[in-house]
Design a protein around this ligand. Structure first.
Ligand code: SAM
Length: 241
């Protein structure tokens, strides 16, 4: 049931790369991402430590973290993104990227990682069951007290607060689908007609409740400026309790 929906990304990456567009998601030069990760790594003393990134896409954050001296492990469900991220990280000996369904699979043994990052990945999970399963998987593989940063996750003050049971249910609530082509633009301003894969916005209480339920403490909740990727978003600094 999940697989066709989450694999919509694979279709999107293929169409983008076939159109000769080298980069769709975050760029390794995204100034706000660079600044945020630099501060996060310094504050949590993560240089030389092992950091997992879930829904890593094409590896932009992997490049930034590797330059900061982190031992990077990226995970994504879409094989084309994993391949592209691997190519982008080729020159960093401590970086690895693997295919993984973060909802259904674990990224390693319990308490493997010193920290975790999620850039616009968590908000892609629509159902409550999948969101809880993902957070549990991440929580299990983090060491006690490990920080986790959720960067640029979709935010709405008036976000839907009920339970979402399935993709079809989300479609009934919002009208969103992942098949209708729309004119979209990448970070370099290149245009292509491809579907928009829906994301689920939360408000502050919604994010805090589900993170705390999964065993994280929320330490900071920061509103983000509008970017080419998303209009209303937040970054959440959490820590495994
Ligand atoms: C909005 S993109 C963000 C990509 C990248 N983090 C960035 O900021 O450029 C969402 C990513 O989530 C990945 N994804 C969606 N469902 C997933 C799942 N169940 N497990 C792992 N990755 C998933 C997609 O393949 C896609 O790369």
């Amino acid at each position: 049931m999940n697989q066709p929906y989450y694999m919509a990304y694979e279709d999107r990456y293929r169409r983008v790369f076939e159109a000769g567009i080298e980069l769709w998601g975050h760029s390794p030069d995204d100034e706000i991402l660079v600044r945020t990760l630099t501060e996060w790594v310094e504050k949590n003393d993560l240089a030389g430590k092992t950091v997992a990134e879930f829904a890593c896409g094409e590896g932009a954050a992997g490049v930034i973290l590797s330059k900061l001296g982190v031992r990077y492990r990226g995970f994504d469900i879409a094989p084309s993104a994993v391949k592209k991220a691997g190519e982008r990280l080729r020159d960093f000996p401590y970086a690895r990227v693997e295919q993984l369904d973060m909802v259904k699979e674990t990224a390693g043994l319990p308490e493997t990682f010193d920290a975790a990052l999620d850039c616009m990945g968590f908000h892609m999970l629509l159902t409550d069951t999948d969101r809880d399963a993902y957070l549990k998987n991440v929580h299990d593989v983090l060491k006690p007290g490990a920080p986790m940063l959720f960067f640029r996750e979709s935010y709405r003050e008036n976000a839907y607060t009920g339970v979402v049971e399935s993709f079809e249910h989300w479609k009934e609530i919002t009208g969103d689908d992942y098949t209708t082509p729309q004119l979209r633009t990448n970070p370099d301003g290149k245009e292509i007609r491809i579907p928009c894969v829906p994301a689920r916005a939360r408000n502050r209480e919604g994010y805090t409740t589900e993170l705390e339920r999964a065993g994280f403490a929320v330490e900071n909740f920061t509103g983000m400026d509008q970017s080419s990727a998303i209009q209303y978003s937040v970054s959440i600094y959490a820590r495994k309790r």
